[in-house]
Structures are given as structure tokens and as C-alpha cells.
Design a protein around this ligand. Structure first.
Ligand SMILES: C[S@@+](CC[C@H](N)C(=O)[O-])C[C@H]1O[C@@H](n2cnc3c(N)ncnc32)[C@H](O)[C@@H]1O
Length: 272
């Protein structure tokens, strides 16, 4: 299942971004919006004051509950990131990891704009919001199997905002709701799928495919065509040069990016 094929990339980055609140990490309340099975929540819980997880899916939350049981400073809620069930200024920091591709892109990313508005509302002034996602460009270029199921990859890319096409789309969405962009980080030394990422026969197993949303968007015919092309490349060993080329591209663009925002337009005074 999902948990066996995904690892929380960028935990150190999150901790670093949250230090921009100007308060010690141990005093912060952090909301993990779209927490899934709680991988990020578990990784951050030992470092922060309180960790609040939220997800729409009760199955994901049940797994997260088990994972977070050893951490008394954690709590879980069921709800949507487009309508957060929390009062204003509830958290010092909000993070959103690999969730926005689940939102409909219609009406100029209206749902994503609601997520920005909600994140801004529940963050206290001076607090930090971190959006971790893949962009349209990364989706098309940085997952090697996208070339096997190109139509499915295009469908997924359509749900993602472009980073470069429209000059700072995400930064502008933040500005509209009072969030000032502090920077963008693209990690290239890690992949979301961990060490199995480059296993050439990985996609032949459903377990591996369940670790990435692209596969679910392929029709049965597209899937079978892609897998048959893969088998062919494994058989004639051209898969090695195929993967090497794909890796060069991935290392150029990265699979994902982290954009961090501060609520308000000025750096806060750090208390000593
Ligand atoms: C790809 S998983 C990422 C989970 C986790 N953030 C991680 O990185 O391990 C996406 C998660 O977003 C959740 N999700 C999708 N739409 C949501 C919404 N509108 N509100 C809350 N959660 C949502 C799904 O249930 C799923 O658990």
C-alpha cells in the first residue's frame, strides 16, 4: 500500500521553514493538512509542541492513528483542506504535502485558492505555511514512468499549477490572501518513492503502482501498453540507458518543490 512505497521527503526543510515563525519549534502548533497515513506528522511530532493532522479519508486516518499513538502531543481530525474545521489563528504553522493534485483544477484553480485562504485564516500572524507539491513541469519530466503512460501523466499534470508558465502562480495565490512568499526549495537528492524508485520492474507490481497517483489515471489499455513497452526494454536491456536519461532530467527539475510563506509582510521579531 501507499505507505510501503512513499517516504516523507523534506522533513528537515519543514523544520527549517517553521523556524521562520521566530519561536522555538517545541512551542509550535503545526497543522498537517491532508496528513494521509501520518508519515510527516510522525516525523515532525518529536520536534514540535503540538501536531494536528487532518485528512478527508477515514482509512488513511486509521493508519495515521496507529502511527501517532506513541506521541501524546498529536491529534487527528477528519475534514477538508478547503474548509478547515479550526478557528482563526489556530496554528503557528501549516504544511500541505503532496495533496493538491487531488483537487479539481476548474475555474482557475478555485479549490486551490480556497486552500490558500483557509491556510492563511488558521495561521497566526507571523506564522508559516508550507506548500509541498509537484508542478506541472515536474510531473511531465521527473517521474520516469510518465513516458510509459504519457496520457495519464498529462491528465495528472493538468491538475497541477505551472511553476514557470505564468510567472510565480503559487507566489501570487499567497499574496492574494496575505501570505508573503519566503522562498522556493527544489530538493534533487531525494525522490518521493525512496530506494525502490529506479527498480525497472517496479511498475509490473500493483503495490509499486499504488505509490503514485499517475497509474490510477491510466486506462486499462494505456496501462497494458506501457507495461508491455517496459517488459520489452527490460528484455533487450535498453531500460538501463532509458533510466539513466530519465535520471538526468529528474536531477535537473526535481520531483517536487517546497514553497514557504509567512502570514503578513514583515519578518517577526525573534524573542531571546
Ligand atoms: C498523496 S496523499 C499525501 C499524504 C501525506 N500528506 C503524505 O505526504 O504522506 C494525499 C492525501 O490527501 C488527502 N486529501 C485529498 N483531498 C483532500 C481534501 N480535500 N481534504 C483533506 N484531505 C484530502 C487524501 O485522502 C490523501 O490522504
Amino acid at each position: 500500500m501507499y505507505d510501503q512505497t512513499r517516504q516523507p521527503v523534506g522533513v528537515e526543510l519543514h523544520l527549517g521553514f517553521f523556524t521562520n515563525t521566530g519561536r522555538p519549534l517545541q512551542e509550535l502548533t503545526i497543522l498537517d493538512a491532508g496528513c494521509g497515513t501520518g508519515s510527516y506528522a510522525r516525523a515532525l511530532a518529536p520536534h514540535v509542541g503540538r501536531l494536528v493532522g487532518l485528512d478527508l479519508n477515514s482509512g488513511m486516518l486509521a493508519v495515521a492513528e496507529k502511527k501517532l499513538a506513541p506521541y501524546p502531543n498529536t491529534e487527528l481530525h477528519q475534514g477538508s483542506i478547503t474548509e478547515l474545521p479550526f478557528p482563526d489563528e489556530h496554528a503557528d504553522g501549516v504544511m500541505l504535502n503532496q495533496v493538491i493534485h487531488h483537487l479539481p483544477p476548474d475555474d482557475g484553480f478555485a479549490a486551490l485558492r480556497s486552500v490558500f485562504a483557509e491556510a492563511a485564516r488558521v495561521t497566526r500572524p507571523g506564522g508559516v505555511f508550507v506548500l509541498h507539491t509537484s508542478t506541472k513541469e515536474q510531473m511531465a519530466q521527473s517521474y520516469w514512468w510518465a513516458q510509459l503512460i504519457p496520457k495519464a501523466a498529462e491528465r495528472l499534470a493538468e491538475r497541477l499549477p505551472a511553476r514557470f508558465a505564468a510567472d510565480g502562480v503559487l507566489e501570487a495565490m499567497g499574496r492574494e490572501v496575505g501570505l508573503t512568499c519566503g522562498g522556493v526549495v527544489v530538493p534533487v537528492s531525494e525522490v518521493l518513492q525512496g530506494e525502490d524508485y529506479l527498480d525497472p520492474s517496479g511498475p509490473l507490481s500493483k503495490n509499486y503502482r499504488d505509490g503514485d497517483s499517475t497509474w490510477a489515471l491510466a486506462t486499462e489499455e494505456e496501462l497494458q501498453n506501457g507495461l508491455s513497452r517496459l517488459r520489452g526494454m527490460i528484455e533487450d536491456t535498453s531500460i538501463d540507458s532509458f533510466l539513466a536519461r530519465a535520471e538526468r532530467t529528474r536531477k535537473t527539475y526535481g520531483q517536487c518543490l517546497f514553497v514557504w510563506f509567512r502570514k503578513g509582510d514583515r519578518a517577526v521579531d525573534i524573542e531571546h
